[in-house]
Design a protein around this ligand. Structure first.
Ligand SMILES: Cc1cc2nc3c(=O)[nH]c(=O)nc-3n(C[C@H](O)[C@H](O)[C@H](O)COP(=O)(O)O)c2cc1C
Length: 143
């Protein structure tokens, strides 16, 4: 039984580059043991996290509940949750989006403005954006 969960949150005011690196480090270290894979996107301009988690229902639910309590972000908002037949983000214990290469055209394809604001678009649109990021090679941190 596989599920895919997509959520957005707002980074804490004081979030530093070191905090972000620590989050990715712990994710890559811990996720393989529970079989969770996914991608994390952090947009500095809007101070927003967008993360997709895939894996067994229990490990994904447990992890989301832990993440939601993390003081490094607030307003965790579930965007989509679905049972899936196969993963779309199997290649990453926790990949990250290379925001430097994210261009306005890609953002405009799925939203009114060229900013990453998952609170303003449908969950489906954010998921489509994630799939496009993978397809265009903007996700790094394989393994
Ligand atoms: C935006 C965000 C994404 C996170 N993603 C993960 C993740 O994929 N896997 C993970 O183990 N921890 C993730 N964490 C960190 C967890 O919230 C938690 O700090 C970590 O799992 C260690 O938990 P512990 O202190 O209870 O051992 C994330 C935190 C934030 C703020």
């Amino acid at each position: 039984m596989l599920v895919r969960l997509l959520y957005a949150s707002r980074a804490a005011e004081h979030l530093s580059a070191e905090d972000l690196a620590a989050i990715l480090k712990v994710s890559k270290a811990r996720n393989p043991a529970t079989g969770v894979t996914g991608v994390l996107c952090f947009c500095k301009a809007s101070n927003i996290f967008l993360q997709v988690l895939e894996g067994g229902r229990d490990p994904v639910n447990t992890l989301y509940n832990r993440i939601a309590r993390d003081a490094r972000h607030r307003e965790p908002t579930l965007l989509t949750y679905e049972e899936i037949g196969q993963r779309s983000f199997a290649g990453w214990s926790m990949g990250q989006v290379n925001m430097d290469r994210l261009n306005a055209a890609l953002l405009l394809r799925y939203s009114e403005h060229a900013t990453l604001d998952p609170y303003a678009v449908s969950g489906e649109a954010s998921l489509s954006l994630f799939n496009e990021l993978v397809a265009t090679g903007l996700v790094t941190g394989q393994g």
